[in-house]
Design a protein around this ligand. Sequence first.
Ligand code: FMN
Length: 189
Amino acid sequence: MLKDLVYKCRSYRRFYENIRISEEELKDLVDLARMTASTANSQALKYHLVTRPEECAAVFGTLGWAGALPDWDGPEEGERPSAYIIVLCDNTLGKNKQTDVGITSQTMMLGAVEMGYGGCMLGNVRRTELAKHLSIDSERFTIELVLALGKPKETVKIVDIPENGSVKYYRDQDQVHYVPKRHLEDILV
Ligand SMILES: Cc1cc2nc3c(=O)[nH]c(=O)nc-3n(C[C@H](O)[C@H](O)[C@H](O)COP(=O)(O)O)c2cc1C
């Protein structure tokens, strides 16, 4: 059911790194993105796929993880993502496609969850460095978002927003990750 998939589609940041995701599987995800709605049907977004361990390590080094957890530097070796999809805007086809980025990215994340994987969208990216590592032509392409993917190793639980209204996610001593979400009645205007 779509509802189960959406509820399960959390941001996961620790993975079984030895469980690799193939390029074919990533292509299947991009094929889902290809079928989504697009502003003026411009389809300006393109995708760079990363599966090789050396390339994964290079991408990992450019990412900022979990800003709300200042004492955590991101996943340790052995718990890092085993693949990435770099969402690019081809500037020759259109610019500022942020809405399209959200639509395609969430669709691919849902596809990944259906395949038994999971991941995290990352906007905190050192883009110039990443473009250099991946030999992406920065004149033509803007790096919009990075989708980090793998077989999740962590438990993520949805909780109510506390009395003080904080939306900050947090972890307990067992590394269970808690994400406060607003109630349905609180987002109906
Ligand atoms: C556009 C976008 C950018 C994000 N960037 C980052 C990021 O740079 N680093 C990170 O650890 N999480 C990032 N996240 C994940 C959010 O922190 C996460 O979605 C939020 O905490 C809610 O958790 P949930 O996805 O499990 O509902 C990003 C999410 C979105 C939608």
